[in-house]
Design a protein around this ligand. Structure first.
Ligand code: CTP
Length: 422
């Protein structure tokens, strides 16, 4: 492996190549991935073969390039897309044409590439590559937004001279930049598929629906002002990602955050506590596990103005009239199925354990993770230190750790306990 490349030894990368003049850059990407130690399986759409021969990419990747789901003269291989979807640690589509992006956004599966994308449980990285006006067309931008919503990462096209002679955005990013982004997406914690299996084998979540909430809510005072809090959504996003990696079908209901959608989750974006409540209650009957990590506002302006409020021409203080928002978790607790597991989070600055235990009982929860945001490293940042309380069980203090590790630790404890119970 070259010193300047990330170490991808043992990683499995599926590279989807579609019909664009930039397909020649895919050959460079395959070389880089191979040099970094990855095993690469190239999938081409029929259109891509008009730009670069499969023989070139097959030779560089040392694997036969696949195009059709139902190859001629080959019996019994039609489930290959499912096997490849399980095999992959990362799926990159580069170059990704407007046509393939539209198909991915709408769940088409008319080629090996699109069918494998639907089967994949790994992070997906899409590199849109097309002419300037196609790229900025509302239809393409909507499709890219949809891809982000369903958890795909999208690398913006680069600005420059395009094959048509126009100048603008539409160029495929350089293979080195794609490699770097792909390596980041697999991350240190994403072990090769072979090792990952042992994680998910211990406490798998297949055939399980997991509902996670994350981030703050935003309560409008008027069209330009909101009441909110500093939650970043990191904990909920980490939980969603960790659950999806164990095979769960994950819905993430997210307040406004700046985070990329976690791979493998369906993301529903909401703003207010009321909208979050609606999204969550609509899914409560089918959810097996609910992680309520969002920092939901307890109060919202009683009478938000539809026009911008002007300041009064006096020195008098302004009093706001706030009313209660729905307590989402308490409602879930009231309708809880006996086999459903509810996990709450509590921020407490005083009498943490006593208050958290009270919330656990009042909201009919199975678990609650409590932290004191005034302790160093335990607030709205990238790390947290929580104490985990369970119904009728002792409290466990977990050490300070990054939220991605905490997500796994919480899942391990919750799943170990509930899967053992049967
Ligand atoms: N929660 C909720 N709906 C609300 C407020 C909170 O579902 N309107 C959830 C949070 O997502 C969290 C748990 O309830 O999982 C506890 O939240 P917390 O803010 O600590 O407690 P509150 O019940 O709001 O009580 P207080 O603010 O008085 O401590």
């Amino acid at each position: 492996m070259s010193a300047s490349l990330p170490d991808l030894s043992g990683r499995h990368v599926v590279l989807g190549v579609t019909g664009s003049i930039a397909a020649y850059k895919s050959a460079l990407l395959v070389r880089l991935l191979k040099k970094a130690g990855a095993e690469v399986q190239v999938l081409m759409t029929p259109g891509a073969e008009r730009f670069i021969p499969p023989l070139t990419l097959g030779t560089l990747s040392e694997k036969e390039v696949l195009t059709e789901i139902f190859p001629e003269n080959e019996e019994g291989s039609w489930t290959k897309h499912v096997a490849l979807g399980q095999w992959a640690d990362l799926f990159v589509v580069a170059p990704a044409t407007a046509q393939t992006i539209a198909k991915l956004a709408h769940g088409f599966c008319d080629s090996m590439l699109t069918a494998t994308a639907l089967s994949a449980r790994c992070p997906l990285l899409v590199c849109p590559t097309m002419d300037r006006d196609m790229y900025r067309h509302a239809a393409t931008q909507d499709n890219l937004e949809r891809l982000r919503e369903i958890g795909y990462a999208v690398m913006p096209a680069e600005h420059g001279e395009l094959a048509s002679g126009l100048v603008g955005k539409g160029r495929m990013p350089e293979p080195e930049a794609i490699l770097e982004r792909g390596a980041e997406m697999m991350g240190d914690e994403h072990k090769p598929a072979a090792d990952r299996a042992s994680d998910s084998d211990t406490f798998p979540l297949t055939d399980t629906e997991v509902l996670v909430t994350a981030g703050p809510t935003r309560e409008p005072l008027d069209p330009v002002r909101v009441l909110t809090n500093p939650s970043t959504g990191t904990m909920g996003y980490a939980l969603a990602e960790a659950a999806a990696r164990r095979g769960a079908s994950v819905t993430l209901v997210s307040g406004p955050t700046t985070l990329d959608p976690p791979p493998g989750s369906e993301v529903l974006h909401v703003q207010t506590a009321e909208e979050m409540n609606e999204a969550v209650q609509a899914r409560r009957d089918t959810a097996d596990y609910v992680f309520m990590a969002a920092a939901v506002a307890d109060y919202t302006p009683a009478d938000p103005s539809s026009t911008k409020r002007k300041k009064e021409d006096t020195d008098e203080d302004l009093a706001l009239h706030l009313c209660r928002t729905p307590d989402i978790l308490k409602t879930l607790g009231a309708y809880k199925r006996p086999d459903q597991v509810l996990i709450g989070f509590a921020l407490e600055t005083d009498d943490a354990l006593e208050n958290a235990r009270h919330k656990l009982e009042e909201k009919n929860l199975d678990w609650i993770a409590v932290n004191n945001p005034t302790e160093e490293g335990a607030g709205f940042g990238p790390t947290n230190r929580v104490t985990l309380l369970r119904r009728n069980g002792p409290a466990e203090e977990l050490p300070l750790m990054p939220k991605a590790d905490l997500a796994k630790a919480l899942l391990d404890r919750v799943l170990m306990s509930h899967q053992e119970q049967g």
